[in-house]
Design a binder for this molecule. Structure first.
Ligand code: PHB
Length: 366
């Protein structure tokens, strides 16, 4: 099967990607402690995968408050910036491009991860029926339920917007080519967008425009900090992950596509939920997004090379991100190009640990 389009270059922001295969963001929970600092091992892992047209890193919390799981890396301290610098240097030495994903988990958290052991925060005080991941005081891991969050006060929101902007500046200081605002998968920004999690009665809740307000304020602040050509955003309309539900997922996605398009963002990354058992996009949805958003459109969610190529050929997407295939296939682009078989990743080593199941998956030997 020919996959010419998937292997062809793409202009994205000011970058020219050598191919349209994106490494999707993947939580791997291997940041050094204390301080949630990226390591030389993380640099090796990403450098092994630098053949991707673009790497999007695992989500990185913009503040302590934005953390929802133990061992995820941050992008708010000097040590974290220094750690990420090793990652970006290693990827750039291999000729790759890399974006950092800016993350605030909102209600998907636990008091033991929060500053001062306080309650996690959310648009409204509605608990997520999900588990999180912590390291207990005795050093053993545990998966407690997410804590009930408290509703953010209106006067707290500018501080969160400022944390995103500072995270973006920190990412550029650490050598990243781009930042990706994580507004998907049931985390804080998605919690504001979605009808079931946002019950606010102020300017950030109620109407669709009000529910989108925080996301657009974050976008504007990040664009002001680093320039629209260096900003992407991830959305996941209809995604149920993290106990999220949005009765207006379609209209919200199209409203955002238009607003983001006007702001000249480099790319829009859509995480599709079909692989989670949700119906595919409704008829005409991709065309409607394309009509509203002039930047690059990246899609993700259970794609094979063949399905990726078929979608790219329609012109309704510009690149396709691969998540789990990248865990066990560091040379995924080469394997696609050669029609080589793909290795299966071992679930037991997805999160935490060291080199095993992380940097020890070999390239295809032919
Ligand atoms: C996770 O760690 O489970 C996770 C993180 C970010 C996502 C999705 C899942 O967007």
């Amino acid at each position: 099967m020919a996959i010419d389009k998937l292997l062809s270059p793409l202009r994205l922001g000011t970058l020219t990607l050598p191919n349209r295969v994106v490494m999707a963001p993947l939580t791997r929970s291997r940041a050094a402690q204390p301080g949630d600092v990226p390591t030389a091992l993380n640099a090796e892992y990403y450098a092994q995968r630098a053949g991707a047209g673009l790497i999007v890193t695992e989500a990185a919390q913009i503040s302590r408050q934005g953390q929802g799981y133990a061992l995820t890396p941050g992008i708010y301290s000097g040590a974290q910036i220094d750690g990420w610098r090793r990652v970006t240097d290693a990827v750039h030495r291999q000729g790759g491009h890399i974006a950092l994903q800016l993350w605030h988990v909102g209600r998907i958290s636990h008091a033991s991860l929060q500053p001062g052991g306080g309650q996690p925060v959310a648009p409204s005080a509605i608990r997520a029926n999900m588990q999180t991941f912590i390291i207990q005081a005795d050093g053993t891991p545990a998966h407690p339920p997410c804590d009930e969050p408290r509703a953010l006060r209106g006067e707290e929101l500018p501080g969160i917007v400022a944390d995103y902007a500072q995270g973006a500046r920190n990412a550029i200081a650490a050598g990243f080519d781009l930042v990706e605002i994580h507004a998907a998968n049931g985390y804080l920004l998605h919690q504001f967008l979605a009808t079931a999690t946002n019950r606010r009665d102020d300017a950030y809740g109620g109407s669709l425009e009000n529910r989108a307000r925080l996301v657009l304020e974050v976008v504007d602040a990040v664009v002001a900090a680093v320039g629209a050509e260096r900003v992407g955003i991830r959305l996941s309309p209809w995604m149920p992950y993290n106990d999220i539900e949005d009765a207006e997922a379609g209209p919200m996605a199209l409203y955002l596509a238009e607003q983001l398009g006007r702001r000249g963002l480099a790319y829009l990354h859509l995480h599709e939920a079909e692989w989670m058992g949700v119906p595919g996009y409704p008829e005409g949805f991709r065309e409607a997004v394309r009509a509203r958003f002039p930047g690059a459109i990246v899609v993700c969610g259970g794609y094979t090379a063949a399905r990726a190529e078929a979608l790219l050929q329609t012109g309704l997407a510009d690149a396709v991100a691969f998540g789990r295939p990248y865990i066990a296939n560091p040379d995924l682009v080469q394997r696609f190009a050669q029609g080589a078989p793909l290795a299966e990743a071992d679930q037991a080593t997805f999160y935490g640990g060291g080199t095993e199941g992380y940097t020890d998956y070999p390239a295809w030997a032919g």
